[in-house]
Structures are given as structure tokens and as C-alpha cells.
Design a protein around this ligand. Structure first.
Ligand code: UDP
Ligand code: MG
Length: 344
């Protein structure tokens, strides 16, 4: 495939990040300008409601390599990432968070490692998580251990969404029928040759986290259900164990009946009813998680809508488009083209 795009695309999903934006631009631009290669920065504005859109529009006037992809509404970090990665045109595509927890300086090393080893994927791996809270460290440790068990050892521990993908890897992602793949699992699963670059994860430079516990739980549930039917099997094993225990209890009940000791014993009945009720609810819940995903997949709705892409709209440079487009970075409606922009 011919590749007319720049050598490098950097995708940055952002949701209400106006406070970190100036800090990000300063560091990211210094690094990228220093590479001496053509690049683009795809800022994915995930339906921000603060001044992010206006700030990005203002920045475009001074930074021609900045491309702004505005999603019509907040669609979540993974959807925003996928939107940016699939639209990026670079020979290599690096994704990083807007809050400077992933140091932009590492991008140069990622590129070097990818080129030196002819690798399609380079993961940014956190050397330690000293800057994270104890809770985050503990839950993340549990998450990566579980995922390596379910998906396989090719999932690097402590690698989030700071990674480099080759054009071939991006095209492979495009082929997937999933609406919102959990990238940190799907990318290793693609099986491309990969490498790692370790880095120190900094603290968020400004603003607050956009990942409340509910979203972390959602990501974990998506991760497990998209790669494993183990919870369903767990339900089956629970059912089998229940049958075994109940069979034993039936024998006990019959013996007790013949010995005339059947009146007392309400605590065991009470405990058994409660226990079985809880187990049944748990299994129903597990089943429900999968049914919900089948339901969403069958509905087939796009995970995000692109309201505008500054690369499509009236360009900041020489104009080739017909008159009447909307200015880059505004929340206007991209119309039919945007509607047609599904994940696939
Ligand atoms: N983000 C996004 N959409 C969302 C939530 C977060 O694009 O709905 C972006 C956010 O702006 C940041 C990145 O995803 O660039 C990671 O989010 P955050 O730093 O809040 O997560 P944490 O590092 O606390 O896990
Ligand atoms: Mg962060």
C-alpha cells in the first residue's frame, strides 16, 4: 500500500483537558520538532465541555501539524483512542495521554527501537508506579495478572495505552469487527513482532483524573468478557458444586427423617436458601454480562461519531475544499460524512 501520510502520527485523546493543554503542547512540540521528520498530532477531543475545543482551534493557527478530531459527544477513552488511531495517517502511530503521565520524550526512543528491530509494536512499560495511589497500584497489579492469564503472556504487564503501532498494525486493527476493542489486549493478541521501552510514569501535570472507579470496573469487565468465557465456566462449576452439596444434603435429610429429627434445623435451611439464592444471582449476573455484549454487538451502533476532522474541513493552509465548511475544532455537525464514520 502506498503511504502518502507523514512519518509519524501522535494520537492524544482528551476530555476536558484545557488546564494541561499548554503544558502538553510545549513538551510534545519540542520533542516532535526535534525529530526532523514530517509528523501530525491528532488531538481527539472526546466531547469536551470546557475550553479544550476553543484552545485546540486557537493552537492550530500556530501549529500546522496539529489536527483536531472532534467527537460529537463523550465516548470514553478507548473509543476516542480508536477514533484517532484509525484516522491517523502516519507510517508509525503513537498514542499517549494528554495529562503528561506518559512523557513525550519517550516517543523518540520508541521510534528508534521500532526501526532498529523492525518491530510493528513498541509498548511503553511503566518502570514503577510510585506516583500512583496504593489503590491504583493494587488494582492495576491484579488487572494485569488476570489479563496475562486470560489472554496470554504476550500481554506486557504494566503497559497501558502508551504505545507505538506500525501502519500494518493499524490496518490489522481496522479489520477487526469489534466496535471498541480493548486496545491493550487486542494489540498484543494481533501477534506482530513487538518490543518495549520502559519509562517513569509521572504524575498528572494538571487537572483531575477522568477515570473514576466505575470506568475502571467497566474496562476490567470489557477486558475479561472480550477475551474469555472463563466466568461462564466458573458458573457451571459452581452449579456442579451446588448439585454435589445438595445431593449430600438430601441424603442427610432422608436419614434425619427416619430418625425423627426433622423439626429442628431451620438454620441450615436458612443458610442453604440464602447461599443458593446468592449463587444463582451471581451466575445470572455473569451470564448477563455476556448477553449485554451480544446485544450491543448485534445493535451494531458506532462507538463514536466524528463531528469534525480538521483534515477534512476547510484546511488552515491552501484551500482545496468547496466553500461553506465549519471552522476546525468547533462543535459543529459533520453531517453525512460523520454519520458514515463508524469504527470499521
Ligand atoms: N479521556 C478521554 N475520554 C474520557 C476519559 C478520559 O479521552 O472519557 C482521556 C483523558 O483526557 C486522558 C486519557 O484519556 O488524556 C487518560 O485519562 P486519565 O488521565 O484521566 O486517566 P488516569 O491516568 O487517571 O487513569
Ligand atoms: Mg492520566
Amino acid at each position: 500500500m502506498t503511504q502518502p501520510g507523514p512519518a509519524l502520527s501522535v494520537v492524544v485523546p482528551m476530555f476536558n483537558e484545557e488546564t494541561v493543554l499548554p503544558l502538553l503542547v510545549e513538551r510534545l512540540r519540542t520533542v516532535l520538532d526535534g525529530l526532523g521528520e514530517p509528523y501530525e498530532v491528532v488531538a481527539v477531543d472526546d466531547g469536551s465541555t470546557d475550553g479544550t475545543a476553543a484552545a485546540l482551534a486557537g493552537l492550530r493557527a500556530h501549529w500546522p501539524q496539529l489536527r483536531v478530531l472532534r467527537l460529537r459527544r463523550n465516548s470514553g477513552h478507548q473509543a476516542a483512542l480508536v477514533a484517532g488511531v484509525l484516522r491517523a495517517g502516519g507510517g508509525h502511530v503513537v498514542s499517549l495521554d494528554a495529562d503528561l503521565q506518559d512523557p513525550p520524550e519517550t516517543i523518540a526512543e520508541m521510534l528508534r527501537v521500532a526501526r532498529a528491530g523492525q518491530l510493528d509494536i513498541v509498548y511503553g512499560v511503566r518502570a514503577d508506579r510510585r506516583t500512583d495511589t496504593v489503590f491504583k497500584r493494587w488494582t492495576a497489579g491484579l488487572y494485569y495478572r488476570l489479563m496475562r492469564r486470560l489472554v496470554g503472556k504476550q500481554v506486557p504487564a504494566q503497559a497501558g495505552d502508551f504505545r507505538l503501532l506500525s501502519r500494518a498494525a493499524v490496518e490489522a486493527l481496522r479489520e477487526l469487527p469489534e466496535r471498541t476493542p480493548v486496545l491493550r489486549l487486542v494489540v498484543p493478541w494481533l501477534g506482530f513482532p513487538s518490543g518495549e521501552v520502559t519509562y517513569l510514569r509521572d504524575e498528572r501535570a494538571a487537572g483531575r483524573t477522568k477515570y473514576p472507579v466505575s470506568r475502571m470496573v467497566g474496562l476490567a469487565a470489557d477486558s475479561v468478557t472480550s477475551f474469555s468465557a472463563a466466568p461462564l465456566r466458573f458458573a457451571t462449576w459452581l452449579g456442579l458444586a451446588g448439585v454435589a452439596v445438595c445431593s449430600l444434603l438430601v441424603v442427610v435429610a432422608v436419614v434425619a427423617y427416619f430418625f425423627g429429627a426433622t423439626v429442628s434445623g431451620w438454620p441450615s435451611l436458612y443458610v442453604a436458601v440464602l447461599f443458593l439464592g446468592a449463587v444463582q444471582l451471581l451466575c445470572l449476573g455473569l451470564l448477563g454480562e455476556y448477553v449485554a455484549r451480544i446485544y450491543t454487538a448485534v445493535q451494531g451502533r458506532p462507538a463514536y461519531f466524528v463531528a469534525s476532522d480538521s483534515a477534512d474541513g476547510p484546511p488552515a493552509g491552501p484551500a482545496t475544499a468547496p466553500t461553506g465548511g465549519e471552522p476546525a475544532g468547533t462543535a459543529g455537525d459533520g453531517g453525512v460524512a460523520a454519520l458514515a464514520d463508524t469504527l470499521r
